[in-house]
Design a protein around this ligand. Structure first.
Ligand SMILES: CC(C)(COP(=O)(O)OP(=O)(O)OC[C@H]1O[C@@H](n2cnc3c(N)ncnc32)[C@H](O)[C@@H]1OP(=O)(O)O)[C@@H](O)C(=O)NCCC(=O)NCCS
Length: 195
């Protein structure tokens, strides 16, 4: 069994039939921008930003595709200053595909793959206080991954933003030790030696 196959959440989530979760390619970027825009919740980055993520951070991002159409995405990166942390910048699912476990599956597949191939054992994201759907999504992710601990701390305050943006709190989920195997032991060792 490959390491990737071993790293799976305790509970699988039900997802819409036919949904493919894949690494994004440059050709997906315009549709990712559209999903972000239509969410009416996310900050809409420039279309160029999604192109850069598709080109440079595809390994730590995913798109959900149904019938050839992008209906959801997650973009993230391993933090250069903290290689054990996968930072999830944005996740969104088209309204038509919500409530079917798709966002959960995007996170599960992304984290499972990145934890298997990198030194990543924790997820970071930022959430505003009014985004209950996002809070529930990450709480549910933590529960599936061995009831991983979640810490919440201030990160970006309104004064950091030039445009009246709400505060973004930092949610850290982990460390997640998947199995009593080599990877889990490595991760334990790394945490023990972290400053
Ligand atoms: C947040 C979002 C990605 C969730 O997508 P989704 O595919 O519907 O989520 P899932 O079906 O995988 O649900 C995951 C969990 O979150 C919960 N959840 C999802 N939407 C919810 C809502 N509106 N209110 C309360 N809980 C919600 C689900 O009940 C589920 O919990 P469970 O596993 O305990 O049952 C989607 O609502 C969205 O795109 N919102 C706009 C963009 C956004 O706010 N993104 C997050 C900030 S980056």
């Amino acid at each position: 069994m490959s390491v990737t196959e071993e790293i799976t959440p305790v509970h699988d989530v039900e997802t819409p039939p036919g949904a493919l979760i894949v690494e994004p390619e440059v050709r997906h970027a315009a549709e990712m921008w559209r999903v972000a825009r239509d969410s009416k919740t996310l900050d809409v980055n420039s279309s160029y930003a999604y192109l850069v993520y598709c080109r440079d951070f595809a390994r730590t991002s995913r798109v959900a595709v149904i019938d050839g159409r992008v209906v959801g995405f997650v973009i993230g990166h391993v933090r250069p200053e903290s290689p054990h942390h996968l930072f999830v910048w944005q996740i969104a699912v088209d309204e038509s595909a919500r409530g079917k476990g798709l966002a959960g599956r995007l996170l599960d597949e992304l984290f499972g793959a990145v934890a298997a191939s990198d030194d990543v054992h924790s997820v970071e994201t930022t959430i505003t206080d009014d985004n209950e759907a996002s809070q529930k999504l990450f709480a549910s992710f933590a529960k599936r991954w061995q009831k991983a601990p979640i810490t919440v701390d201030p990160l970006f305050e309104p004064a950091h933003f030039p445009d009246g943006h709400d505060a973004e709190k930092l949610y850290e989920i982990g460390p997640i030790f998947v199995l009593d195997d080599g990877i889990a032991d490595d991760a334990r060792e790394l945490v023990a030696t972290e400053p």
